[in-house]
Design a protein around this ligand. Structure first.
Ligand SMILES: [Zn+2]
Length: 121
């Protein structure tokens, strides 16, 4: 098996309403064929499953960066999915990645219904 490299793993929700926004944001911010892409219903909520995916991306493709994109009105969060809750979950996810994978950069975004990406820091 040959070694191949990519820049990042990008983790998003499965929600069909946001895929066009995500596709165009990715094409503005990443070169083609430079990222792995993972979709989970509820975005970063199931962190254990996501950490496993990151581990695989790092092992196989030597990624340098993790990008988390949660979105407004996420059905998987239901009523608990306030802006505040998403911000907290994104920050917590970033923290966990930094603990487990200290060499990786992490970027987190909250995607609004109208397609605006808000960076959470
Ligand atoms: Zn969602």
């Amino acid at each position: 098996m040959s070694d191949h490299f990519c820049e990042a793993v990008i983790v998003t929700c499965i929600d069909f309403r946001f895929q066009e926004y995500i596709n165009s944001w990715i094409s503005q911010n990443f070169h083609p064929k430079s990222y792995d892409r993972v979709a989970f219903a509820e975005g970063v909520h199931d962190l254990e499953a996501i950490l496993k995916q990151i581990e695989v991306s790092q092992k196989l493709h030597h990624i340098k960066k993790v990008v988390f994109i949660n979105h407004e009105d996420c059905g998987a969060y239901g009523k608990e999915g306030t802006d505040k809750r998403h911000h907290e979950d994104l920050k917590n996810a970033a923290q966990k990645v930094k603990e487990k994978f200290p060499d990786l950069e992490v970027e987190t975004y909250y995607l609004h219904l109208g397609g605006t990406f808000e960076e959470i820091t």
